[in-house]
Design a protein around this ligand. Structure first.
Ligand SMILES: *Cc1c(COP(=O)(O)O)cnc(C)c1O
Length: 404
């Protein structure tokens, strides 16, 4: 059983008032809140060991380097990557996808195909469009049904020996659909294609296992899993990371530089040009420790309870329609209310202390599929409660009265 009061006490922001009302934070899909241990670890880094890494012989530089590399090992362990040098620090999911898409520019040629799904975040669409423009490859889209589930029969049809890379999210940020990525990875490999999984929405809820999944790339951000902004991870299989060219040139990523020729550093440094977000990298490890201390079983149990309770309570509201009703979902409820613009609802309930996301959620093609401008999205975390859902329902009823 989850001790919800104890967990909530770990997050100082949750006991704040916003607009004179106790905060209800249901925008976890955009970014999660941070526990005190994470906040403390950031200031501890700057107070005690701040120095640049991988270059100094002095003690602080060594302490900072050790802490950074210990965190990398923690991530490796957490995602069960085979090698430490398959774990690259990035600034976030967006950067990781761009790094891979950019690298594939040296591999693709006209006539090749790139597959993305109809459920993607713009971050997992636009870099592939740019890649296709650059190389003459063609972008193909795996369609979905009206529940927000990808159509696997259509996916099988789209795959061919022309397919060079598939890019799909593990969990949809807009609808909460959990995609059948194991099936998709296995199928991509059967035609010799690489596959990148956008795990941004998955890592707050589950512990992904790289060696079991056998995907070629897996990307995520620290800030959606209780860590700081500006840091993320790109996992890549060793063979792929050796094959792809470096993304950015600069310090840290070189072995030797002359004006005639530069040789690149070994993995992972080949892809880590410049001074990274050192504090962020270290503290990502703290966030992972925190989530593991709660336990992903406990997290999932609480979030499933919130999803079920929230779905039942929201459907009591007249004219409310849930967008995204996949059989396997995470704790995200996207919805519309008849005759009322999502933005107006969002503004009114904000005055009542409730934070939700409204709009297209960086996933306009999904909104186009449903022929709507956007939704209201309540995304729950393990630190949320059913009482908070009750407050959301009350606030929505109030907003509905005011607006109709
Ligand atoms: C948030 C998100 C991204 C982008 O993450 P950043 O941290 O903004 O780089 C990409 N894909 C999905 C599914 C997301 O939820």
């Amino acid at each position: 059983m989850i001790d919800i009061l104890k967990i909530r006490a770990d997050f100082p922001i949750l006991s704040q008032e916003v607009n004179g009302k106790p905060l209800v934070y249901f925008d976890n899909g955009a970014t999660s809140q941070k526990p005190q241990v994470v906040i403390d670890a950031i200031s501890k880094y700057y107070q005690e060991i701040n120095a640049n890494i991988h270059r100094g012989v002095h003690t602080l530089s060594q302490l900072a380097t050790d802490a950074y590399e210990i965190s990398r090992a923690k991530v490796q362990d957490h995602i069960n990557a085979q090698f430490l040098h398959e774990v690259l620090f990035t600034s976030g999911t967006t950067f990781g996808i761009n790094l891979v898409a950019n690298g594939f520019a040296s591999i693709l040629k006209a006539g090749d195909e790139v597959l993305v799904s109809a459920l993607e975040h713009h971050s997992n669409i636009v870099p592939w469009q740019m890649l296709c423009e650059k190389t003459g490859a063609t972008l193909k889209v795996i369609p979905m049904n009206d529940q927000g589930e990808l159509l696997m029969a259509e996916y099988d049809q789209l795959l061919s020996d022309k397919t060079k890379i598939v890019a799909v999210n593990h969990i949809s940020n807009a609808l909460g659909t959990v995609n059948p990525i194991q099936y998709m990875i296995d199928k991509a490999h059967q035609v010799g294609a690489a596959i990148l999984i956008d795990g941004a929405q998955a890592v707050p809820h589950i512990k992904p296992n790289m060696q079991e999944l056998d995907c070629d790339f897996y990307v995520f951000s620290g800030h959606k899993m209780c860590g700081p902004t500006g840091v993320g991870i790109l996992y890549g299989k060793e063979a792929w990371l050796n094959k792809l060219p470096p993304y950015q040139g600069g310090g840290e990523m070189i072995k030797e530089v002359t004006f005639e020729k530069t040789t690149y550093a070994e993995l992972p440094h080949k892809f880590e040009a410049g001074t990274p977000n050192i504090a962020g990298g270290i503290v990502l490890g703290t966030a992972i420790d925190y989530l593991n201390s709660i336990g992903f079983d406990t997290i999932q149990e609480q979030e499933l309870a919130l999803l079920n309770y929230g779905t039942k309570r929201l459907l009591e509201i007249e004219g409310l329609k849930i967008i995204g009703t996949a059989a396997i979902k995470t704790s995200v409820i996207s919805f519309t209310i008849d005759g009322i613009h999502p933005y107006d609802i969002g503004s009114i309930i904000d005055k009542l202390g409730i934070a939700v996301r409204t709009g297209h959620h960086c996933a306009q093609p999904i909104m186009n599929h449903f022929n709507i401008p956007g939704t209201i999205r309540a995304s729950f975390s393990f630190y949320n409660t059913t009482q908070e859902i009750d407050r959301l329902v009350e606030a929505l009823k109030k907003a509905q009265m005011m607006l109709s």
